[in-house]
Design a protein around this ligand. Sequence first.
Ligand code: UDP
Ligand code: MG
Length: 152
Amino acid sequence: MSQNERTFIAVKPDGVQRGLVPEILSRFWNKGYKLVAIKLTLANEDLLREHYADLTSKPFFPSLLSYMLSGPVLATVWEGKDVVKQGRVLLGATNPLASAPGTIRGDFAVDMGRNIIHGSDSVESAEKEIGLWFKKEELVDYKPTLTSWIYE
Ligand code: UDP
Ligand code: MG
């Protein structure tokens, strides 16, 4: 299993406004994942239509758009073994009421339309989303000094 797998994780506008950025970053760092890119940014409709391409015909899409445009988003990329799947485990279920305590959505959210965080659902969508939200030169290449304490 590759230590170089990458996922796209975004703190949504409600998570940013509620001051949950440090808590959310800590969950990924504490697990042992490597931060590869990070920026606070405003989305735009074109970007979101590509990001959520499979959802544009859903009835909730207009409210999802206005939610995601309601303030800055913290876009991040994390790297490590099984990070796509494990990232989804850290997030919890799409519906926060179905998310176990201990997960990010389970601990900090109630409504589906205010579920504070996005995470890629597959390696393929991670690659697509990283390419949409970041330029190549924004992905930082370095070796964390703790690597040998996290990987055997
Ligand atoms: N969403 C919603 N109502 C729904 C389903 C989804 O408001 O019935 C929102 C929710 O914020 C979710 C996002 O649309 O996070 C994207 O939906 P997806 O099914 O991809 O869930 P996710 O991958 O974020 O868990
Ligand atoms: Mg999704």
